[in-house]
Write a protein that binds this ligand. Sequence first.
Ligand code: 5GP
Ligand code: MG
Ligand code: MG
Length: 187
Amino acid sequence: MELDKHVEKILWTEQQIFQRVSELASEITQDFTPQTKAPAIVGVATGAFLFLADLVRKIQLPISVDFIRADSYGSGTVSDGNPRIPFDLKVDVEGKHVILVEDIVDTGSTLSCLIDHIKSKGASSISVCTLLDKPARRKVHFELVGKGKYYCGFECPDYFVVGYGMDFAELYRNLPYVGVLKPEIYS
Ligand code: 5GP
Ligand code: MG
Ligand code: MG
């Protein structure tokens, strides 16, 4: 079956994403222009890879780009213990303004763990830029660091979405839009 035929519904088209990513990049450019230090952009692997790639190309500032990975506990478990970070930063973020780039914020546990981790490395501020946010499902509260800001592309209804970096069982990350799969594919 051709890839598009696996999709039940498109929530955000390529064009809508392009437009919103441009807006977010302009906001970030404006907000960080007064800073003397180059911000460190940190993508959360793997889901943020396309969003990160599109976003950084539109930020009009010198920035560093790096990736980090966090393995959260199985579903339903709150990661207030010791979440694993199997893939850590290469860039030294001490004294830097870090912008964590995520595909989607759901329970908040991944971000909470990553913020604590990056804070312990001495970042002077931590902002978050997420393509999607599902506020209805938040379980873990996270706090930005310093004068960190929260940037969000779109508020996401409570569906399991795929595409533009986001997977179902490691597939569908290459869809250029964000959508919902047909029920028979999830089951
Ligand atoms: P949290 O730790 O906030 O519960 O979840 C964060 C991670 O879970 C996201 O970065 C993403 O990888 C995954 N996730 C949460 N909701 C969805 C969704 O609707 N679709 C996909 N593909 N992944 C999701
Ligand atoms: Mg993610
Ligand atoms: Mg995933």
